[in-house]
Design a protein around this ligand. Structure first.
Ligand code: ZN
Ligand code: ZN
Length: 345
């Protein structure tokens, strides 16, 4: 795949739900405060399916509308006023392009809850392209020796799992139940285990539970009809229950498994309501909260963990022209691991 210096290839969303068109578009230019990243890889995330289907329509769509927020590449050019980056540095392109930097959430260190944040591939062009422009303050500093293919999903799936584990305020020796052992859940199993937490992995699929055990889970449970009963009967309950399953079906099991003063963390996007009895909150002091991606500080901690010993994930490498097929496979639950675009071929 070659482009001249003023253009690049990109997979462009022209109509919601229609195949992305791999076309030649103007190569972006790094403006003040920005860096231009030449991509080596970009993961395909389930959020991309929602965007592609028009379920998360931005108020102001980027032009060209290029999705993708799990990019890894190298700095190609640097805009005015940027410090801390050099041409050739390895850079990650995460979900958050920038935040307002002024609201209480931004100032308090909870920037991922900034209601004015702009996202790569939703509000500004993303990384399903040979080049992308990043805000120099929010691009992820990466060591030069990381593998671009297996690190790409860390930019969204990994940081979302890390953010959820951090939000659950778990301490070493405590017990955590991870519901849903897809890509995010399996990251959470590894992250929590490495922090010394005893992890229960829960999924409908026994094969995923086998992987969870290999990744450090202490115990597993099949997510079946009787799971709430089995968890309620356990003597030692869980300090945190984290939900990565895109369903309300795990709610009863989380309520049954959580300890008094435990934390229930919503990490999957579930749009339907769940039953919550307020008297139960007064009796148990359980905290119900949620999380989305993570902060830059959390990303630094996660990258340090990943650089020391890479977080494991199964990936399927694809070309840019295969992204539409990957979106369909993701939507139909037919992926065997995370799809990652390789720009090298
Ligand atoms: Zn994502
Ligand atoms: Zn803000």
């Amino acid at each position: 795949m070659t482009s001249n210096t003023s253009t690049m290839h990109a997979a462009v969303l022209t109509r919601y739900g229609e195949p992305l068109e791999v076309v030649s578009v103007p190569r972006p230019v790094a403006g003040p405060g920005q860096i231009l990243v030449r991509l080596q890889s970009c993961g395909v995330c389930h959020t991309d399916v929602h965007i592609w289907r028009g379920e998360s329509v931005p108020q102001c769509a980027p032009s060209p509308f290029v999705m993708g927020h799990e990019g890894i590449g190298c700095v190609e050019a640097i805009g005015d006023g940027v410090s801390g980056w050099s041409v050739g540095d390895r850079a990650g392109v995460p979900w958050i392009h920038d935040t307002c930097c002024h609201c209480d959430e931004c100032v308090d260190g909870y920037e991922s809850f900034c209601q004015q944040h702009r996202a790569h591939g939703l509000n500004v062009p993303g990384a399903f392209a040979e080049y992308v422009v990043c805000d120099a303050r929010f691009a992820v500093v990466l060591p030069s020796n990381i593998d671009p293919l297996t690190t790409a999903p860390v930019m969204c799936a990994g940081i979302t799992a890390y953010g959820a584990v951090k939000r659950s305020a778990l301490k070493a020796g405590e017990r955590c139940a991870v519901f849903g052992c897809g890509g995010l859940g399996l990251y959470a199993v590894q992250i929590a285990s490495r922090l010394g937490v005893k992890v229960l992995a829960v999924d409908r699929d026994p094969a995923k539970l086998e992987i969870a055990l290999r990744y450090g889970a202490a115990e597993t449970e099949i997510a079946d009809r009787d799971l709430p009963e089995r968890l309620a009967a356990k003597g030692a309950k869980y300090h945190a229950c984290i939900n990565f399953a895109p369903t309300t079906a795990t709610w009863d099991a989380m309520v049954a498994g959580i300890r008094p003063r435990g934390r229930i963390i919503a990490a999957a996007m579930v749009f339907e309501p769940v039953p919550l009895v307020q008297e139960w909150l007064t009796a148990t002091g359980v905290v119900v909260t949620g999380t989305s991606v993570g902060t830059r500080q959390e990303m630094r901690e996660l990258i340090a963990m990943h650089a020391e010993r890479p977080l494991e994930t199964m990936i399927q490498t694809i070309g840019l022209e295969e992204v539409s097929d990957a979106l369909i496979a993701l939507e139909q639950g037919q992926s065997k691991g995370r799809f990652v675009i390789s720009f090298s071929g």
